[in-house]
Design a protein around this ligand. Structure first.
Ligand SMILES: [Zn+2]
Length: 133
């Protein structure tokens, strides 16, 4: 198998509800997300996929939807407050853990036609999560 990986950096804020730890308070991360695409056969350019295709598919979406936003559970009381102030939020159906955000990036990549095999997302340099479908 061949695989290529594109690394994308972005910043986000979040907090976890129904959770007893530091992450119940609003805080931010400098995230790194790695998009891995695999194939058995290379295309006519001798590529798994052009890195610029990964960038076009998913980096632009991350920049537009997640970068410098608060990612919150839909029923978080902070949502109404931030929206009233005109602050950008991205809402999830469940707690915005690094695992859940990795899955979000995976699902959006697939929806956009990117044959992604695995998404790994670093919340800190020593903590990361992987989702592979
Ligand atoms: Zn956090």
């Amino acid at each position: 198998m061949y695989s290529v990986t594109k690394r994308i950096n972005f910043c986000y804020g979040h907090r976890l509800l129904d959770y007893d730890g530091m992450c119940k308070h609003p805080h931010g991360h400098n995230a790194i997300v790695e998009i891995e695409v695999r194939t058995e056969v290379l295309d006519r350019r001798n590529m798994v996929i052009d890195f610029s295709d990964i960038k076009r598919h998913i980096k632009e979406w991350i920049d537009r939807e997640l970068d410098h936003r608060m990612i919150l559970r839909h029923d978080d009381p902070l949502v109404k407050v931030l929206q009233a102030l005109g602050e950008p939020v991205y809402l999830l159906d469940s707690n915005p853990t690094v695992e859940r955000i990795a899955r979000l990036v995976f699902d959006v990549s697939r929806e956009q036609g990117l044959p992604v095999d695995r998404v790994t997302m670093w919340e800190t340099p020593s903590s990361w999560a992987t989702y592979s479908g």
